[in-house]
Design a protein around this ligand. Structure first.
Ligand SMILES: [Zn+2]
Length: 147
């Protein structure tokens, strides 16, 4: 099972968005190439809720179009859990629609130590995948990253 590489600046942006939306859940999409995330696309939580989220289709389509135009792919869907651990809820598992997608959950349960975990969800089965956070300045496109 393959993992995901995340630049520190994108983790920082997710944490900022999570804190800004707290106590409501925040959500968005990450795009990039292969398994390396390059861009964050913050989306509106249409549910405006503290314990679930849904993305606005119009915003999703706009991101998909933009990402396609740059020759990259949507690699992950992320959302936050303001008061629960970083693992998929029953609803998250039920609503997971894409087995190739990485589902990232950022928990603010311990406010001074946000926790980020990644999963693939296929037919109700949840598989945790490794997340490797790296500093953009250390990124070498010629290197073969394997986790
Ligand atoms: Zn959730």
């Amino acid at each position: 099972m393959t993992g995901l590489f995340l630049p520190q600046r994108i983790v920082d942006a997710m944490v900022l968005q999570a804190e800004a939306e707290d106590p409501k859940e925040a959500c968005g999409l990450l795009s990039g190439q292969e398994r390396i995330v390059r861009e964050i696309h913050e989306l509106t939580n249409a549910d405006d809720s503290e314990d679930h989220f849904s993305m606005l289709p119009a915003e999703q389509f706009a991101v998909a179009k933009k990402v396609r135009a740059t020759g990259t792919d949507i690699l992950a869907v992320y959302h936050t859990h303001p008061t629960s651990p970083a693992r998929p809820s029953e609803e998250d598992i039920r609503l997971a629609f894409a087995p190739d997608m990485v589902y990232l959950i950022l928990s603010l349960l311990v406010p001074w130590r946000p926790e980020l975990r990644g999963f693939r969800i296929c037919d109700g089965e949840v598989i945790e995948i490794p997340i490797q956070v790296f500093d953009d300045q250390d990124y070498d496109p010629t290197k073969d990253y394997v986790i």
